[in-house]
Design a protein around this ligand. Structure first.
Ligand code: NAD
Length: 330
């Protein structure tokens, strides 16, 4: 397959590109290298891809790039570029969320329509549900986001549905539930937690730790994305890890894998749902989705990657540890 991946230098996008290349696909990766977190970290995400003969990287903003020739050469476009993060989406930053999540997606869809693209896989989010009324949550439940970020992801997803029903653009939107694994975004909880545990620094926990997530390992997510592209299925599906865990349980588990974690409690933040849990029956039936990585295995992979990065740092020039102060579970 010839694939295009938007957001290729990001956390999930870089894992997806590596997976596609390992499956024999030819991949064009696009990324604007936004400064939401340090671009050096994104360049590092591309380390295993740059120089590979089936991978090409184009740096640019999807609102500026000429997309038609890129789409015309692709069997599938995986649209992951966007502005993630629940907590940063309040206030004046909302314009950035609108631009990167909604306007960009509309431009991608217009191009897909004009070029007769055969497959478009969109990275939607569990944030569209907000505080759901039903757990595990099925796709049929009315979405009620509790953050502006969730609103923009829902708007983008609805645009996919609109272009699919009106113009026949073959879109598949996957609602990703708290994705984790090596190279996770530095604002996300697991990333901060693992870094704190490995360096014996305090970990600021927002809320009482009873908030739970259906954490999903990145390897399971990227495998499912390619399976989705290969299948004839269109629509909206949840991608959850199949196991709901509280932050307190994660902290205890990490204590077993490293040393005990020094938790500093703070108040809960607006925009965080109390609970997420995915009903994955649609994904299972549509393209055989079956998450295989349990939380202990996935967390251990993150710890191993974190320790390896510290060894690299002490051996030579470092990758900046990043952070612009925004912290998130999504
Ligand atoms: P990320 O920030 O690491 O990756 C997103 C990438 O998109 C970045 O590298 C950024 O530079 C790029 N980008 C943003 N705007 C762009 C533009 N206009 N043109 C070109 N590139 C642009 O985030 P991630 O965690 O890898 O998330 C990837 C996608 O998955 C996002 O759309 C996010 O909303 C969605 N998602 C993520 C999670 C999660 O748990 N990480 C959960 C649900 C949904």
């Amino acid at each position: 397959m010839r694939a295009m991946v938007t957001g290729a230098a990001g956390f999930i996008g870089s894992h997806l590109c590596e997976h596609l290349v390992s499956c024999g696909d030819e991949v064009i990766g696009i990324d604007a290298m936004t400064d939401f977190y340090e671009p050096a970290r994104k360049r590092h995400n591309l380390d295993r891809l740059l120089g590979h003969d089936r991978f090409t990287f184009r740096q640019g903003d999807l609102l500026d790039l000429r997309l038609e020739p890129l789409f015309a050469d692709s069997d599938a476009v995986y649209h992951l570029a966007g502005q993630p993060g629940v907590r940063g989406s309040w206030g004046g930053e909302f314009a950035v969320y609108l631009e990167r999540n909604v306007l960009v997606t509309q431009r991608v869809l217009e191009t897909a329509r004009d070029t007769g693209l055969r497959r478009l896989v969109f990275a939607s989010s569990s944030s569209v549900y907000g505080d759901a009324e039903t757990y595990p949550t099925p796709e049929t439940l009315r979405p009620r986001p509790v953050s502006p970020y969730g609103v923009t992801k829902l708007a983008a997803e609805q645009l996919c549905e609109t272009y699919r029903t009106v113009f026949g653009v073959p879109t598949a939107s996957l609602r990703l539930f708290s994705v984790y694994g090596p190279r996770q975004r530095p604002d996300m909880a697991f990333s901060r937690l693992v870094a704190a545990a490995c360096t014996h620094r305090p970990f600021p926990l927002y809320g009482d730790g009873g908030q739970s997530r259906d954490f999903t390992y990145v390897g399971d997510v990227v495998t499912a994305m390619r399976e989705t592209a290969l299948s004839p299925w269109n629509g909206v599906a949840n991608l959850g890890g199949g196991c709901e865990v509280t932050m307190n349980q994660v902290i205890a588990l990490l204590g077993e894998l490293t040393a005990s974690v020094n938790v500093v409690s703070g108040p809960a933040r607006p925009g965080d749902a109390r609970r997420t849990a995915a009903d994955i029956a649609v994904a299972r039936d549509a393209f055989g989705y079956r998450p295989v990585t349990d939380i202990r295995t996935g967390l251990a992979a993150m710890v191993a990657a974190e320790r390896a990065s510290h060894r690299d740092e002490s051996a030579g020039p470092s990758v900046a540890p990043a952070l612009r102060g925004r912290r998130d579970l999504h």
